[in-house]
Structures are given as C-alpha cells and as structure tokens.
Ligand binder design. Structure first.
Ligand code: ARG
Length: 460
C-alpha cells in the first residue's frame, strides 16, 4: 500500500501477489546479524562525522540491541509487506526509538547495505569452512601417517598399474584439499572490501568517512568504485566456484570409498555409524555418507551456474535480479559445511584392510614395470624389456602365476639376462621403496610429505 517507506510517489497499493513475489525476507532474514553490524558501523560513522548527534547514535545502538534480542529469542515479527531484512529491521527500530530510527538510512541505500551484508556473511562462512577443511586435512594426514607403509595397488584406467602405499594415495587427496584451501583464501582476500558509502550507485553528498566504516567492520579497505560496489557479485561466484571444485574433489574421494567398501574390492571398512542398512536386504551396509556427498556436487555446480547466469549481461549498476543471489549462495555454504563435517568425522575412521590391499597389489602383475626396469639396468633397451615382460605376464595369466611366483628357469626362458637378484625387484616393498624421490610413493618420501603437509597446516 502507499504506506511503504518508498510509497510517496505511488497512487495505488502494490498488488498482493507482486508484494509476495518481490519480497526476499523469507530467505534474507538470515542476514540479520550482518545487517545490524553494518547499520551500527554506519551509525557510528555518521556520529563521527557529525551527521548524527551522540544522543541519536546512542538511541540507535540501544534500539538495535533490542531488535537483535527479539530476533535471537525468535520473537521478531518478520513482515512480507516490509519486503526484505533491511526494511524489517529499520521499521522495527523506528517503532522502538521513534523518528531517530528514520535517520539511520542517511547517506546509505539498500544497494550498498545488501552488498555489505552478503560480504560479511560470506566472510564468516569462509572462516567456518576454513576451519572445517583444516580439520579434514589433519584427519587425512593422520590416516596417511598410519599407513605410510601399507602397500596397495595403484590404478590407471581403474586397472592395476603399480604398487603404491595407502598413505601416498591419501596424501594425493590432501593435495586437492590444500589447493581448495588456497582458493578459499584468495576468495576471502578479494572479498574483504567494504561497499558502504556507495549508496544507491553514485555515492552520497554527506561528509561520510568510508575508511571508518570499513575499519569498524574488519574490511581491509573501502571498495574503489561506487557503481561497481553495488553491482559486483564476483565474490559470490568465486566462492561458488571454490565450492564446486571442493565438492568435485570430495566426490572423487567418495567414489573411491564407495568402490573400496564393496565386497568385490574389500579395500576398506567404514564404521557402521557412517552407513545405513536396507529395509529389504538384511545383509546390506550401504556407504550413504560418501554417496550423498558425491550426489551433492549436483546442486553446488547448479548454484555456480545459477549465479553466473544471473550476472550475465546485467547492465550497471544494481538490478533487482541480484536479489536472486542469496538462495544459491546460502545453499552452497550449507552444503559445503555439512559435507566437510561428514567427511571430517568419517575420513580418520576409515579402516584399510591391509591384507586385502596387499593381496590385490600382488595379484595384478603390479611389479611388471619393475621387471622391465631391472632388464634396462642390465643393459636392455626399454622397448625390448617391455616386450620380454609382456610375454612373461601372458604366461603368468595362462598359468595363474604372479611374476614373483615363477621359478628362475621359467623367467630365464623369456630372457637369459634375468638372474637370481630379480626377486628383490619383484617384491611389493622393493617396488615402492625404489620410487624414492620428491613426490614418489616410497614410505620414506611419504613420511617427508606428511611433515611438509603438517607444516602447511600449522601456518593457518
Ligand atoms: N532485497 C534486495 C536484495 O536482495 C535488497 C536491495 C534492494 N534494493 C532495491 N533498490 N530494491 O537485493
């Protein structure tokens, strides 16, 4: 109706459906804490530059405290007629303290207000996510440490390739997560500028002090351009892009855990508390947690595409389109926090089946490359060595024998270069220990990599 705060130039009430359609308070009330912080910083700045008196400022601070308490107690009456979180809070403040409440919006617009709120919200979320990601990485490094010597098959094309250690495999996961954390910190650094003062789009004629509000809210600096300040949502897109990649990594780890817990692999066990049963098949223990995390990549990728599409072709400066930024962002934050929590609890509790891992590595001719390398060291060109070993493997497949199980005469029938010392090369331990360089799977290197990973985590 014409009683809206902006109702002065209107001659008929807003259509009831349009009111509901354009309102965002149903979801943006989640920004209440940030909205109040932003308002308090703005009011303090207005007092500092003499636009508000000390008494007016005090009234606003006291009124806002009461508003915050009402919200905390769940007693705040959110109204769709008041459209969004910003106008709901301001209206309640004015109810409580009278016309001084109406002075709060001096030198400000909802456009710079909402941009500030989202940045504050996302900065908090990033800090929570950073802690959760660090916790997960610590768990991964501990799991790697416990199994720095545990031999398993390494795969390419999901076919047995060469022996690796379980610890080395888990450290590969940690590398993905380490890069994710770096991207998260990059996002935080670029996000941490304060849009307050941009007002609607052009700035404001009041003698504002943008450094003052920026500092009060813990931002590194005010944003540089008023038009960009109210229309930029890059920080939300960068965050969702970080999230899409993190979730992609968690889905890759999930996929391996799902495969490895199957009876056909039987590489690891997940504690019962991370699994569920079947309502019909009594024998079932399903790896629900990794499956669900794998599935949640879909919504996170969708949210990223939603935000990119939201911003595409938007003219400067603020457009109502931007009200659509919040739900994808909130959903992404919630999904990432829950997924990291699930993984942070579960990963350290993964129990590798050491004997099965070893047996799988032994069965798949995983030391075939080691035999070829042995022949090369004795002077044979690599391509010829590859051929010799290929023939030995074909024989092993026919006879059901691993290379290490063939007697010397049999091995020598493929090449007389082979001597008794070959058996040292064909053991799983010999194979992994030989890959002893930075980034290699030798247990000695895995332990060095664990030390480096821990040192990085300590610096956070
Ligand atoms: N609810 C709006 C949003 O989420 C706040 C900014 C509205 N500004 C405006 N001029 N309509 O983006």
């Amino acid at each position: 109706d014409t009683s809206h705060v902006w109702g002065g130039r209107f001659s008929e009430p807003t259509d009831a459906f349009v009111q509901r359609f354009t309102a965002s308070v149903g979801f943006d009330q989640r920004l209440a804490v940030q909205d109040i912080s932003g308002s308090l910083a703005h009011a303090d700045m207005l007092r500092h530059v003499g636009v508000l008196t000390a008494a007016e400022h005090r009234q606003i601070v006291d009124g806002m405290r009461q508003v915050q308490e009402e919200i905390d107690r769940g007693e705040f009456n959110w109204s769709t007629a008041l459209e969004d979180v910003h106008m709901n809070i301001e209206a309640r403040l004015t109810e409580l303290i009278g016309s001084t409440g109406k002075k709060l919006h001096t030198g400000r617009s909802r456009n710079d207000q909402v941009a500030t709120d989202i940045r504050l919200f996302l900065r908090d979320a990033i800090d929570t996510i950073s802690t959760a990601l660090t916790h997960l990485q610590r768990g991964a490094v501990s799991l790697a440490e416990a199994h720095a010597d545990t031999v398993m098959p390494g795969f390419t094309h999901l076919q047995t390739a060469q022996p690796v250690t379980f610890g080395h495999h888990v450290l590969a996961w940690n590398e993905m997560l380490e890069r994710d954390h770096g991207r998260l910190m990059d996002c935080r650094a670029r996000l941490n500028q304060c849009p307050l003062g941009a007002a609607a789009l052009a700035g404001t004629p009041y003698p504002i002090d943008r450094e003052h509000t920026a500092q009060a809210l813990g931002f590194d600096a005010p944003t540089a351009n008023s038009l960009d300040s109210v229309s930029d949502r890059d920080f939300a897109i960068e965050f969702c892009s970080f999230a899409a990649l993190l979730m992609t990594h968690l889905s890759r780890i999930s996929e391996e855990l799902v495969l490895w817990t199957s009876a056909q692999f039987d590489f690891v066990r997940l504690p019962d508390r991370f699994c569920t049963g079947s309502s019909i098949m009594p024998q079932k223990k399903n790896p629900d947690v990794p499956e669900l995390v794998r599935g949640k990549v879909g919504r996170v990728n969708g949210n990223l595409v939603a935000l990119l599409t939201l911003m595409k072709s938007q003219p400067l400066a603020y457009n109502k389109d931007n009200q659509e930024d919040k739900e994808p962002l909130f959903d992404t934050v919630d999904t990432v926090i829950d997924s990291l929590r699930a993984f942070g609890d579960m990963l350290p509790a993964v129990e590798p089946c050491v004997d099965n891992l070893r047996e799988a590595a032994r069965r798949g001719f995983s030391t075939a490359t080691d035999l070829a390398d042995y022949l090369v060291r004795k002077g044979m060109p690599f391509r010829d060595a590859h051929e010799v070993v290929g023939n030995a493997v074909a024989h092993g497949i026919d006879e059901g024998l691993d290379l290490a199980e063939m007697d010397l005469a049999t091995l020598q029938s493929f090449s007389t270069t082979i001597e008794q010392d070959v058996y040292g090369m064909l053991t799983l331990e010999g194979s992994v220990a030989a890959r002893n360089h930075i980034g290699g799977t030798a247990p000695e290197q895995v332990r060095a990599a664990i030390d480096r990973a821990r040192a990085l985590l300590e610096q956070r």
